[in-house]
Design a protein around this ligand. Structure first.
Ligand code: 9MR
Length: 379
């Protein structure tokens, strides 16, 4: 009897040990977040302002850490902020931004080294080509050295094209000629050869601008200087640009042998004055009730339209996931979006995945469901 009891006891212990071992071998399922669901496709990023870099709001900070695998500083690395005078650099927020990305093990994107807008006056006022070259070289090299090996990719040049694909008459073009483009990429790669270097612009699904971007990037590559990627900002609307043109751009850019990133994605749901496209921030129009219809929230019909538009766009991204490195939203929630002030000041826009109360919108659910459905079908 005693032997039988001992035997049963040993069996019970064995069952318990084997059970525990098996349980520990089962991979715990990861929480359903954008970051996790899209992990095997491309990075999902967001743009952060100072309030988010400081993690002042714990709910916001939680969303950033859980939902996104990449970050871009919305403003803090622009020349006017980071390098306001020849001998003055403001590294406080850029340093915090990079540390935050490392804390959450994120892909960190630097925005932007050469841009005609938000340009420090001391650079804008240079009239001599040698002096401009020296200023740009030291600007690029100082910033890139500081974050070498930590910032994973850079928008080396931002918005150098006109809508017809010709080169924008920026102060850089006027003072240095087209050489500034290739030189900017060369100086960046000399300091951090491992970082991915991008040309970034808006309206990149527009056929004429697409051809201009291809010419611009090819010209640099033909000089033996590396360009790793093209950034399509993705400041889009409910009906434009067409899905066909978005797809064409992804395919044609990738055919150059570079990565394609969607770098500043948002979809305006508000009436668009004069059918404006893009992000030319000098443009501004009169506000009115007709121009600002959703001040008390987005009606269900628009909620559905936005979700469908995001789903259609993400279907294209997923179809071309082999070409796409990253899809970054231009902000976390609607309250933060620059589209509340552009192209009409003081409106209430709803372009992102989280609403003003930080609740995920139908668009969020739809792009999660889309990926989960595709994963199921391919299993
Ligand atoms: O979202 C940014 C906004 O807060 C700034 O006031 C504005 C000017 O610096 O820039 C916005 O971001 C722009 C980005 O840097 C480049 N592409 C267009 C974006 C929207 O204007």
């Amino acid at each position: 009897m005693k032997i039988k009891k001992q035997f049963l006891f040993i069996i019970a212990i064995l069952v318990l040990v084997i059970g525990c071992k098996q349980a520990s071998e089962v991979t715990p399922t990861k929480p359903v977040t954008l970051r996790n669901v899209y992990e095997d496709a491309f990075y999902i990023g967001t743009a952060l302002n100072t309030f988010q870099i400081d993690e002042t709001d714990s709910i916001m900070a939680g969303i950033v850490g859980r939902e996104f695998s990449s970050i871009t500083a919305e403003n803090e690395m622009k020349s006017i902020q980071i390098h306001p005078a020849r001998d003055t650099f403001n590294f406080e927020y850029p340093d915090k931004f990079v540390a935050l990305g490392e804390k959450y093990n994120m892909f960190i994107h630097g925005h932007t080294l050469v841009w005609h807008s938000q340009l420090s006056p001391w650079i804008r006022n240079i009239k001599d080509s040698t002096e401009m070259a020296e200023a740009l070289e030291s600007h690029i090299k100082t910033i890139v050295s500081r974050y070498k090996g930590r910032v994973n990719s850079w928008d080396v040049v931002n918005e150098a094209l006109n809508e017809d694909g010709s080169l924008r008459k920026s102060v850089f073009l006027e003072v240095m000629g087209e050489d500034y483009l290739a030189l900017a990429f060369k100086w960046t790669s000399e300091i951090d050869p491992k970082a991915d270097l991008y040309y970034n612009d808006y309206n990149m699904a527009n056929p004429e601008k697409r051809q201009g971007a291809i010419r611009l990037v090819k010209n640099i590559m033909d000089k033996g200087i590396k360009v790793d990627g093209i950034g399509m900002q993705g400041h889009w609307h409910l009906n434009t640009p067409s899905l066909e043109e978005i797809e064409k751009s992804i395919v044609e850019y990738a055919a150059l042998g570079v990565k394609v990133a969607i770098t500043e994605l948002d979809i305006s749901v508000l009436p668009n004055p004069e059918d404006l496209v893009g992000a030319e921030i000098t443009q501004n129009f009169q506000n009115s009730e007709a121009m600002n219809p959703y001040t008390k929230g987005m009606p269900d019909s628009i909620q559905v339209k936005l979700a469908n538009r995001y789903t259609d766009i993400f279907k294209i991204f997923l179809k071309h996931k082999d070409k796409i490195s990253r899809v970054t939203f231009w902000g976390v929630n609607d309250g933060q979006s620059w589209l509340n002030g552009f192209p009409v000041r003081g409106r209430t826009n709803h372009p992102l995945l989280f609403d003003r109360e930080l609740k995920p919108k139908s668009a969020y659910d739809s792009i999660i469901a889309l990926k989960q459905k595709q994963d199921k079908q391919s299993n």
